[in-house]
Design a protein around this ligand. Sequence first.
Ligand code: DQA
Length: 151
Amino acid sequence: MTRRVLVLNGPNLNLLGTREPEVYGADTLDDVLANLRRHVEGRDVELRAVQSNIEGELVDALHEARTWADGVVFNPGAFTHYSIALRDAISGTGLAVVETHLSNVHAREEFRHRSVLAAVCLGVVAGFGADSYLVALDGLLRHLEQQEPAS
Ligand code: DQA
């Protein structure tokens, strides 16, 4: 059974590799996506990637994912901390979403400690750099396997 996963990235994540590399690492977003694809090679997993700096486009991507995706690995960037529109999109679509961060947001500025999305997500992964995406995808795939009716 093919598992279809949206890898969704929010604002400023297109700058990965050059943006504050001491915080976010040297990998570009393309490197992160290539790593993810390598990670699931040989498994029946389809990954589609979307990045946008625009809140409404991320809402649209979540709405569209409802029609094809089994789950979402989502790094909402700064929107994590204040976007009620994204929270409503996650709860409204009922998608299994893993909130994902490269940095350990809890070890940073206080305004990053709060997520308005986490409570409507399946889980949260933070602090493993680019590997956070691999951990998030593994967690999501294991969750989806457990949902599968026994044959
Ligand atoms: C981030 C953490 C956010 O606080 C920040 O605004 C980002 C990136 C992370 O991946 O660590 O843009 O989501």
